[in-house]
Design a protein. Structure first.
Length: 242
């Protein structure tokens, strides 16, 4: 195992026998996030031989490789090269896009809206207004299947997770916890409170990539009535134009 490589605001170190981890150091929350995702995009474009997994989060990046085809030193060198190019301004992030997401809040689609409102000391209407009041930036992909982990709404305090997680959360569910928000792309267990649900199809298992959004994009949630559900049901999630 090589010693950690520290330069240019990132720390690059070996992780187990077939991965390298990059940690943004001392850059501040937003800059750290931008750095690791720009570096992930750069490595994805370069795709060094033997690299098969590139997983950026909030302030770190995991790069997995086939130990029969390459090694830690080679991957660290590729990462340092791209980090230096990034520091020199030679790597550009893709333009952010906004996705408009219709949501039916409350009722059967958002059974935890009353509880969250009570926890926050707000009315249900105020919770909806805060959740839909400003676009929320996608920070990284979560489980399952590329769930978009976004900034949370401007609630006055963090939202607790459920005491008892659900065994099945419907696809398109809009959930919050802590100071984060998410759209559940497919049916799965979940312990985050549900505020509502979108009738749009968030995930397409036959598409490449599986999701149309990427970190850096934003969601703008728009309240709709239950009667408007069928107007949007099954339509794909798509970036707004203009």
């Amino acid at each position: 195992m090589g010693a950690p490589d520290m330069d240019g605001g990132v720390v690059i170190a070996d992780c187990g026998d077939s991965a390298v981890v990059v940690k943004a150091a001392g850059l501040g929350r937003d800059r750290a996030w931008r750095t690791v995702h720009a570096l992930a995009d750069a490595i994805e474009a370069a795709r060094p031989g033997g690299v098969y997994g590139i997983v950026p989060t909030y302030d770190s990046l995991l790069v997995e490789f086939d130990a029969l085809r390459t090694d830690h030193e080679t991957v660290r060198r590729a990462l340092r090269h791209e980090a230096d190019r990034l520091g020199a301004g030679l790597v550009r992030a893709p333009a952010a896009r906004t996705f408009v997401v219709p949501v039916v809040y409350g009722g059967e689609h958002g059974p935890d809206l009353p509880v969250v409102a009570e926890q926050l000391g707000l009315s249900e209407r105020e919770v909806v207004e805060l959740h839909s009041g400003a676009p929320l930036t996608v920070r990284c992909f979560g489980a399952p299947a590329g769930a978009p982990m976004t900034d949370g709404p401007a609630f006055p305090r963090p939202v607790p997770r459920l005491a008892s997680p659900r065994t099945s959360v419907p696809p398109g569910s809009i959930a919050v916890a802590g100071r984060q928000a998410v759209i559940c792309p497919m049916r799965s267990p979940g312990g985050w409170p549900l505020l509502g649900r979108t009738p749009l199809r968030v995930l397409d298992l036959d598409a490449e990539p599986l999701t149309p959004y990427r970190p850096g994009d934003a969601f703008r949630f728009v309240p709709i009535s239950p009667e408007q559900w069928d107007d949007h049901a099954g339509a794909p999630l798509a970036a707004a134009h203009g």
